[in-house]
Design a protein around this ligand. Structure first.
Ligand SMILES: Nc1nc2c(ncn2[C@@H]2O[C@H](COP(=O)(O)OP(=O)(O)OP(=O)(O)O)[C@@H](O)[C@H]2O)c(=O)[nH]1
Ligand SMILES: [Mg+2]
Length: 336
């Protein structure tokens, strides 16, 4: 039997059985809701059944008989359910290493190139070789692996970047321009955005999860206050992109939103701009007025964010690197 979905957490898991013995083993784990045996028939519509390995009902699933292509059971994705099913028979788990996962899900050429590069390396073997190195050689090889890993993880895991700022500063307009679509409502009415809106995109080769949030400002209704509270929760501990309306200039509210993980962007620079104080950093000045300028805007924002994060141009990293949190932890476990 084979697990067709990637191992780990997920909404659903799909298990497939091939050959008569395996199909019989899988069917033996299933019951109808009335408690009877489940029969499979190639090409029949999906059938709801109770998943009861060793007689104990643990889930409900859909049985899909694809004939020679396998007898599939679509389950809820809890690893505990998959493990309970796996305990009943011989399993061949499809080994999906992080590089292959990245290759399958690559959103940009940079991610693709990195995935192809990392497929040539065996990171676990690299860690074993590192651990066996003597003192100084080990220290420098570890440092190099960590430096590559920082970049590789920036490719593989989107950075959550919360758009913050005052009401009407232009956060939602910027979000739409970066996504190339009218994803969120915009307009001169202050307090327009209420729920946080999250979208993944790639900027200058690196993935980001952009989160548009309600702006800081007056709250005349309880709903406004709820929206502002939601935004505050969203940005707590997060990397931030502060949007400042350059035509009004930064205020104490803007300053209070800046911390050492905040990228500061001055928007509305097509309008006459207010003086910008010397003691407040400005990482980028843009105009989001025209949707036609969105391609150039995306490039400028992406490059500025990459420099702010001190990342090299997206692509291969020049040697073995961790591509997920588990591998990164193994690297950390090797010590300083
Ligand atoms: N001239 C000019 N207008 C802009 C620019 N960016 C946004 N605007 C306008 O500013 C107004 C507010 O924009 P939004 O993007 O809705 O502002 P917001 O920060 O999301 O506001 P809230 O959701 O209330 O927090 C809209 O009328 C936009 O068209 C810009 O770069 N130049
Ligand atoms: Mg908005």
């Amino acid at each position: 039997m084979r697990l067709l979905t990637p191992p780990g957490r997920g909404g659903i898991a799909v298990v497939a059985a091939f050959g008569q013995t395996e199909r019989a083993a899988l069917l033996a784990c299933l019951r109808t809701r009335a408690g009877g045996a489940v029969a499979a028939a190639a090409g029949a519509p999906p059938r709801l059944c109770v998943v009861a390995p060793q007689g104990v009902a643990i889930d409900e699933g859909l049985l899909v008989d694809r004939g020679e292509a396998g007898l599939e059971l679509h389950l809820h994705g809890s690893p505990a359910i998959v493990a309970a099913l796996a305990a009943v028979g011989p399993w061949v788990r499809e080994a999906v290493d992080p590089a292959t996962m990245l290759l399958r899900q690559a959103l940009s050429p940079g991610q693709l190139e990195l995935a192809l590069e990392q497929q040539r390396h065996d990171f676990v073997a690299h860690l074993a070789a590192l651990a066996a190195l003597p003192g100084a050689a080990r220290t420098s090889a570890l440092a190099a692996t960590r430096a590559r890993t920082r970049i590789a993880l920036a490719h593989a895991l989107p950075l959550r970047l919360v758009l913050v700022g005052r009401q009407n500063a232009g956060k939602s307009t910027l979000m739409n321009r970066l996504l190339f679509q009218e994803r969120v409502l915009t307009g001169p009415l202050p307090g327009l955005t209420r729920d946080p809106v999250r979208e993944i995109t790639v900027l200058d080769g690196y993935p980001y999860q952009l989160v548009d949030t309600a702006g800081e400002g007056g709250a005349t209704t309880r709903l406004d206050q709820c929206a502002i509270d939601l935004a505050r929760r969203e940005r707590t501990g997060a990397d931030r992109l502060l949007v400042v309306d350059a035509s009004a200039g930064p205020t104490t509210v803007d300053r209070a939103l800046v911390d050492d993980r905040t990228f500061v962007l001055a928007s509305k620079c097509d309008l006459p701009v207010a003086p910008w104080p010397d003691d407040l950093r400005c990482d980028l000045r843009v105009s989001c007025a025209s949707a036609e300028d969105a391609p150039a805007l995306r490039i400028r924002v992406g490059q500025a964010l990459r420099h702010w994060r001190q990342l090299p141009p997206a692509g291969p990293v020049g040697g073995p690197a961790a591509l997920d949190a588990v591998a990164a932890q193994r690297l950390a476990d090797l010590g300083p």
